[in-house]
Design a protein around this ligand. Structure first.
Ligand code: PCA
Length: 322
């Protein structure tokens, strides 16, 4: 178990009852300069201000405190008090966590917000069962396909080594005849450079963060879905706060959700322009590839509804009624 300095200070505050600030560690998986991380830093600054200095949140970017795959468990166990995670990567625990990654269900920022609201009650319930309190989530820009060669027909995808970030992306690859390996964004650059993978589905944001034009040539703007980074807090840590500080945290979380969503939308086109200005060929998929992907999407919607049962149905019914 990792005991961090700030966690130790927080513990000594509890024991000694000294008038010290409560300090929460916030592990995050993506780079410090990514808009998700910058937005969380603004959230942390705002919480410090509205709690009158009673609660300080210390951001640990880039998987530096816990790697992406470890963050959720660390917060559940209280090894960190708050964290941000691509929740869809935990669909193996509960398929509801992948609600934001079901292909072609919500493909615009507006639809993504509606799906988030539709899913919120179910997601909060599932997280609460794991001792986690949902605070906010922010979308990534729409997901497109990256390759190290032009892909004009479905055949061109067969056998290609594909970087997945959750079970959904792995399944897309599998159904397209590609060979998926799950790799965190923090390890992506090395996996591309060493030829472990040569394709992926992701946003322009991650493509730019990892300068993927050094290893890949083509970006197809498929707009398959907008996955989310979700911020949650250990429920014991949250419940131990005074009512005033709880309100400060939830109000700032709501603001962070709006602010982060606006940032994502404002930045989205610029990311794709940056891919192009660094030499990548950027455009829509060919009709043949788009048709193949639509077919894959239909299969996967059925699979997701079957695996999630009543919870998935509740999310989709609420989404359709919006
Ligand atoms: N970037 C993250 C998840 C989705 C995205 O656009 C990643 O590739 O890890």
């Amino acid at each position: 178990m990792k005991i961090t300095l700030s966690a130790a200070i927080a513990a000594s505050t509890l024991l000694g009852g000294a008038a010290m600030a409560e300090i929460w560690d916030m592990p995050m998986a993506y780079p410090a300069a990514n808009y998700h991380t910058e937005n969380a830093q603004e959230f942390a600054d705002a919480v410090k201000a509205c709690s009158g200095g009673e609660l300080e949140i210390v951001i640990h970017a880039g998987g530096s405190l816990f790697k992406g795959g470890e963050i959720k468990r660390a917060v559940q166990l209280g090894e960190a008090q708050i964290g941000e995670r691509l929740l869809s990567a935990h669909a193996n625990e509960n398929a509801v966590f992948a609600y934001d990654s079901v292909p072609f269900i919500a493909t615009s920022f507006e639809a993504s917000d509606q799906l988030r609201d539709a899913a919120a009650p179910t997601l909060s319930k599932v997280l609460a069962e794991q001792n986690l309190t949902l605070l906010y989530s922010v979308p990534w820009p729409p997901q497109g396909l990256y390759f190290a060669k032009p892909v004009a027909s479905p055949k061109d995808m067969e056998g290609v080594k594909f970087r997945a970030y959750n079970s959904i992306t792995a399944r897309v690859a599998e159904l397209a005849g590609m060979v998926p390996t799950q790799i965190e964004a923090a390890d992506l650059k090395q996996a591309l450079a060493t030829g472990v993978v040569s394709s992926m589905i992701s946003s322009g944001s991650t493509g730019v963060d990892e300068s993927v034009w050094e290893d890949m040539t083509n970006f197809y703007d498929v707009k398959a879905w907008l996955p989310r980074n979700t911020v949650f807090v250990n429920s014991d840590a949250f419940n131990a706060l005074s009512d005033e500080v709880k309100t400060c945290v939830t109000e700032e979380a709501a603001k962070a959700q709006t602010r982060g969503t606006e940032k994502a939308e404002a930045l989205a086109n610029g990311f794709i322009e940056t891919l192009a200005s660094n030499g990548m060929t950027v455009g829509a998929p060919t009709e043949a590839v788009a048709t193949k992907l639509m077919g894959i999407g239909e299969v996967m919607v059925g699979e997701w509804l079957e695996t999630t049962g009543d919870d998935g149905k509740a999310v989709m019914d609420a989404y359709k009624s919006e």
